[in-house]
Design a protein around this ligand. Structure first.
Ligand SMILES: C[S@@+](CC[C@H](N)C(=O)[O-])C[C@H]1O[C@@H](n2cnc3c(N)ncnc32)[C@H](O)[C@@H]1O
Length: 245
């Protein structure tokens, strides 16, 4: 499905619901390098693949949503701090280069007759805003706003499925609960343009889920990948480009 829909890109933040034992997380991790951040959540204890952070808990429990959001916030703050550090470093390099250039000019000037020296040679250089001063302020404000709204996630995956009972309607209803919970979380956290992939058990109510997805995303595909057994009621929705609303 990733090959077909190109779900992952380098640097993305991905939330993998029902991640254990971790194959999807592993694919997400490799496909989002460098800079990707992956968090997996599962009911059962499982060691996540390298580079993946995990939380053990029931995603139907709102407290688990809060834990994931806290992690996302922390990651976002880290990203901003790293961005600011990089900016400060590049400003320091620029300032050093400017100071060196001025020193060179002064040295050159000292070798010339006095009359050629401009009057303000000894004056402090005027403080000029960095080349990206204004736009960086905008970016920071934009990021802070996104963090406040928690729209910081690029992809939400849900492969959550209960142990099936064999009673089709019951399994379908349980699957719809999980999918709708995942979709609610995605609605709260996905950036505009974000993607959502969820496994579901086909049944009477999946049309409603499809409609909710179409309401929130520009494109929605119903998929039955080759790896899924033909007789199984399992299928996937792939929703691309979260609408900006
Ligand atoms: C099919 S497996 C996931 C396989 C995984 N995507 C992978 O690639 O390795 C489904 C997982 O969903 C988890 N799950 C089911 N209900 C859940 C819930 N309410 N909260 C969190 N995880 C849940 C199960 O424990 C199980 O590990």
């Amino acid at each position: 499905m990733n090959k077909k829909f190109n779900v992952f890109r380098p640097g993305q933040t991905v939330v993998d619901l029902g991640f254990a034992p971790g194959s999807w997380s592993q694919v997400a991790y490799s496909a989002t390098r460098p800079g990707g951040r992956i968090i997996g959540i599962d009911l059962i204890p499982a060691v996540p693949p390298d580079g993946v952070f995990s939380i053990q808990g029931d995603f139907l429990d709102p407290r688990v949503h809060q834990m994931v959001k806290s992690w996302l916030l922390q990651q976002e703050r880290q990203k901003q701090t790293q961005k600011e550090k990089r900016k400060a470093k590049s400003h320091a390099v620029e300032a050093e280069a400017e100071a060196e250039a001025e020193e060179d000019e002064e040295e050159e000037a000292q070798t010339l007759p006095d009359t050629t020296l401009p009057e303000d040679t000894t004056a402090e250089p005027p403080e000029e805003p960095g080349p990206d001063g204004d736009s960086s302020a905008e970016t920071t404000t934009g990021d802070s706003r996104d963090v406040a709204n928690m729209k910081v996630v690029d992809v939400v995956l849900s492969d959550m499925l209960m142990n099936t009972s064999g009673i089709a309607f019951k399994d379908h209803a349980a699957s719809m609960d999980l999918c709708l919970t995942a979709l609610n979380f995605a609605t709260e956290t996905l950036k505009p343009g974000g993607r959502f992939v969820c496994k579901f058990y086909q049944g009477a109510e999946d049309k409603e889920l499809e409609l909710a997805l179409k309401n929130a995303f520009d494109k929605v595909f119903r998929e039955k990948p080759d790896s899924s057994r033909k007789e199984s009621k399992e299928a996937y929705f792939v929703a691309l480009h979260r609408k900006n609303k």
